[in-house]
Design a protein around this ligand. Structure first.
Ligand code: CMP
Length: 139
């Protein structure tokens, strides 16, 4: 049953998109520690969202239910009303609330229209729970 849910969740992507997402994950200090198999599943299950100029992607202090990778556009990171920095394509973010179950540590806002790949918490958790052993039993 879990395999079926993965089949439904997979979103077709070209190789350059897969590379962009994978590189973004590998460049993130927290996400790069995940197992390669888990990373591949994450890349496969991410889906596309478009944010318009000025739209909030993440609200500081709220529970977080998505992990993101910016593919196109420009974002800014704001904490307590102060600009902490900008994010450019090829950046993974929103990992802290997903990995550590904490509240969002900062807000993230689209400076221009942005194309973002997202993975929801439920999918992230089912990918993490899928053990190497379960994988072997498929074949
Ligand atoms: P999360 O706390 O889930 O949601 C806000 C995200 O902003 C956070 O995960 C990080 O991915 C990112 N973030 C937090 N602080 C900074 C910072 N100082 N510079 C850049 N990105 C940050």
């Amino acid at each position: 049953a879990q395999n079926l849910s993965f089949e439904r969740a997979r979103v077709r992507k070209d190789s350059s998109t897969k590379k962009l997402i994978n590189d973004a994950i590998m460049n993130n200090d927290f996400l790069k520690k995940l197992e390669p198999q888990h990373m591949r599943e994450m890349v496969d299950c991410m889906y596309e969202k478009v944010y318009t100029e000025g739209q909030l992607v993440i609200q500081e202090g709220e529970p977080g239910n998505y992990l993101y990778v910016l593919a196109d556009g420009l974002l800014e990171v704001i904490q307590n009303g102060k600009l902490l920095g900008q994010m450019r394509p090829g950046t993974a973010f929103g990992e802290l609330a997903i990995l550590y179950n904490c509240k969002r540590t900062a807000s993230v806002k689209a400076v221009s229209q942005s194309l973002i790949w997202a993975l929801d918490r439920q999918m992230f958790q089912s990918i993490m729970m899928r053990t190497t052993q379960a994988r072997h039993q498929e074949y």
